[in-house]
Design a protein around this ligand. Structure first.
Ligand SMILES: Nc1ncnc2c1ncn2[C@@H]1O[C@H](COP(=O)(O)OP(=O)(O)OP(=O)(O)O)[C@@H](O)[C@H]1O
Length: 278
């Protein structure tokens, strides 16, 4: 595979994966009335939102609830109320591995690679975590699922090449630069065979050259059938690269729409200028 190719083999839909039941053009995510409180703080206050295939930007002032929404969507927090569906499957309150199996994973603001393990081992662990004990047992027995193991290894190499990490496969992940860690985090997410990846500030602290590289990789992946929901504080970057933009404010969705509409929405301008910062 050349550097410019997308990972050609986005695996086919499986019975465990939500996209098996999702039709072309259907929203990927339906979020209805999701609330989340932390003690006296209402982080999410009845979030209603549908997310379509492609790349959607999620913006909002500090404390708007963006990360909490990501956590509720991917099972790291349980919502107090409301419903979340991935295609037609109700995933509300499910655990992260179950939601990953259904086709949705997230990355974190601070990448969570295992620093002492090599880049390759980090990549292999991502799908193994998802498949769980079944695949781990196969590694111990070394008999069954050999084919599956080989597929994961091949795909790990392919995705490493796509993110230009292939020359670092045997290096400890802890030796990577900040930008390379971000790439590794996205690569790991993709190895779980998702329909949609939630990216939490994948470009924060990344230099402009690498930023463009990540963005162009994401665009390639969208063409290849993946979808992304992207939290980012750089509004221009969101407006330039996302098909739809969701604006959160005070724990709720303020507005959604194409970038040009959202940009000129008075309520959005007020949310950003009315005392909160971006
Ligand atoms: N684990 C937690 N415990 C207590 N309060 C929390 C917790 N997580 C989030 N909050 C609160 O919930 C609100 C929303 O936080 P959240 O991190 O979701 O916002 P955000 O839009 O992602 O902000 P930022 O852009 O600054 O990262 C904030 O008031 C925050 O202090």
């Amino acid at each position: 595979m050349s550097e410019q190719d997308t990972p050609s083999s986005k695996p086919d839909a499986t019975e465990t994966n939500s996209r098996a039941t999702g039709g072309c053009g259907d929203p990927i995510l339906r979020i209805q009335g999701v609330t989340k409180q932390f003690g006296g703080i209402t982080a999410l206050d009845g979030v209603d939102l549908t997310v379509d295939p492609g790349i959607t930007g999620l913006i909002g002032p500090n404390g708007a609830g963006k990360t909490t929404l990501f956590n509720c969507l991917t099972g790291f927090h349980k919502p107090d109320d409301g419903q979340i569906s991935l295609y037609e499957t109700d995933i509300t309150g499910k655990e992260p591995p179950t939601i990953a199996q259904q086709g949705m994973v997230r990355t974190f603001q601070i990448p969570r690679e295992l620093a002492d393990m090599t880049v390759f081992e980090n990549l292999l662990l991502a799908p193994m975590n998802q498949h769980g004990e079944r695949l781990l047992a196969s590694w111990v027995r070394g008999e069954q699922f050999v084919e599956e193991e080989q597929t994961i290894r091949d795909r790990a190499r392919e995705i490493a090449a796509f993110f230009e990490l292939d020359h670092l496969l045997n290096e400890p992940a802890g030796s990577l630069s900040g930008g390379q860690r971000k790439l590794l985090e996205i690569a790991r997410a993709l190895l779980t065979d998702p329909d949609i990846v939630l990216l939490d500030e994948p470009l924060a602290g990344v230099n402009p050259t690498l930023e463009q590289k990540i963005l162009s990789r994401i665009e390639d992946l969208v063409e290849d059938g993946y979808s992304f929901l992207l939290i980012e504080h750089d509004i221009d970057l969101i407006m330039d690269n996302c098909e739809r933009v969701v604006v959160m404010h005070q724990g709720a969705v303020l507005t959604t729409g194409p970038p040009e509409e959202v940009q000129s929405d008075e309520r959005v301008i007020e949310a950003y200028l009315g005392g909160d910062n971006v």
